[in-house]
Design a protein around this ligand. Sequence first.
Ligand code: SF4
Length: 706
Amino acid sequence: TNHRHTERFFSTCCYCGVGCGVTVYKDRKGRITVEGSPDYPVNKGMLCSKGLNLHYTVNDRQDRLLYPQMRMNRSMPLQRVSWDTALDRAAAVFRSLIARYGPDSVGFYISGQCLTEEYYVVNKLMKGFIGSNNIDSNSRLCMSTAVAAHKLSLGEDSVPVSYADIELADCFFVTGANPAWCHPILWRRVEAHKAANPRVKIIIVDPRRTDTAAVADLHLPLNPGTDSTLHYAIGRLLIEQGHLHPDFIMDHTEGFESYRQRVFARTVTEAAAICGLPEEDIRKAARWIGAAKGYLSMWTMGLNQSASGVNKVLSLIDLHLLTGKIGIPGSGPFSLTGQPNAMGGRETGGLANLLPAHRDLANAEHRRAVQDYWGSGPLSAKPGLTATEQFEALAEGRMKAIWIMGTNPLVSLPDVRLAEEAMKKARFVVVQEVSRRPETLAYADLILPAAAWTEKEGTMTNSERRISLLDKIVDPPGEALPDSVIFSRLGQKMGFSGFDYEGPADIFREHALLTKGTSIDISGLDYAILRDRRSVQWPYPTDGGAASAEGTPRLFIDHKFYTPSGKAVFHAPTDEVRSEQPDDDYPLILTTGRIRDQWHTMTKTGKVNKLKQHIPQAFLEIHPDNARELGIAEGDIIVARSRRGDVRVPARITDGIKKGTVFLPMHWGKILGNDLNRTNNVTNKLLDPVSKEPDFKFCAVSVEKY
Ligand code: SF4
């Protein structure tokens, strides 16, 4: 590349949780180009198709929101207003609703795309000063199951491993994930490791034979929802074959006896029948896991987005406790984060049931510590409404106002037509956004233009606890402002103290010091260190307690866990499938997922022509036997219908999907005003009872030719 007349900056890709380092060059006209940073430990110069096209999303500003807009009621047109007018109105409406109906009458629905500093400020504003916990992130649709399972098993929401463990592992159990498409650079590291070490075993668990399964030594196309049954069968075989680690179990875990009883409650033959898998394949998986020196399990939405997601993840982590494969090189349960900064959001406590630095909402001492630090009013002990619950509350009139930022719920929420009803009923809707594309804008009483990636400075944390600093490279267009500035000004307009920040470095330092003494202590970290090192892995305490200047690559090396007893906990919950079961009217199981070149609801990737080439339109994947029975040919337009709604897309016939299961990509919303493509017309908002994460991966549908 010819980089003459250019300035060089560093950033982190704003799409997935892999968190690739990006070197950004800016020319004299302010236009940018990107390349993978060669020396960045995550990606070593590589970028996937989405990352390679990041500059288009920055340089093309056609679709950007440029100034605040407001209307006094929905029958009036939106009008351009000043920031002062916009935020005065927002503060006044919020204050009057809170005075009349209490603080729980308002809510914030934010995003795993937020920078940590933005998460921190809005969470402080809501929990500390407005006095409600009704602030949830779209991470609820993504990582909240992993959060809950980590807490139950390990005592806290902590990912024990690093990407560097990939090259140290000799057996991979990848389940409910398609990293070849959804975490591409991480998966290239696994592929390269396998190519250099052919004896490395890769086991893929997925009802679909995805591109990830293409490199697998063993593909287990299980019946959707039967993951815990499979994990328990493997657990039983590991015990029978003597692959358990008795000393580790004795000294560092509790709950083994009830776990043992659970896994012996079913024979492997019975489990194989339930999972729809050859018994020999389950035995083979158990042999490989048992023989491994380094055993990594990787999972993402296939386990998390489930009505029994927490149970599935717990039973997966059990396999690590059984074999002692945690806190040692090349081993551990590895939750692959969906969004770029879902992890940073969790650090600041940016979900309806969390407090900063993994403190506990239910713990009075924890609430007190945060209140004292903020100098705020008392923190409410009552968990806030989660993502889907906020929209239910709006529809029922329990919540009056919602502030939506950096997320597009009218495409991404399950059973999405209900969310549309909620938006119609809401008294006051604020949409704080980068793009003119989101469907939510049609319902907004107030639109606030936000700065996008490269237009503001801040930090994010990727899947391996790596905090990185993203440079500000270009100015935001029009009057758009960084989200942390918008929330700080709102705090000031509402009359609260503690929101007069000098900038993101100041916010980060306040956040970092609030982690002091916790298990995610980053009190030793500031922007100067991050500028110097570019990224470090937490914890990073003041007293040099981090493993090195790069931070802490691996947790639990002393086998001390964050539970009160210091022991990790076996859990043996039921393996029952709680999802909506198929019947005569809706005989097929629908599962959903991503495609390679699109991101979420396509507000960014949808504007890059190159990214439309791989898969240009929505589709339904169906097995040839099912297609034949239904008289459906390749490319026919079909209607997939559930109890909630329908979707009309072309059929793609493939024997790469389990018979009886169909697949829709999640990305498409309304096109030219019609919602016939929108997968979430059909999905189910049934929630996991613990994590409150919706059951996106399983609902009953019928399919017919249109
Ligand atoms: Fe960005 Fe993820 Fe691709 Fe890396 S793998 S370039 S973080 S989308």
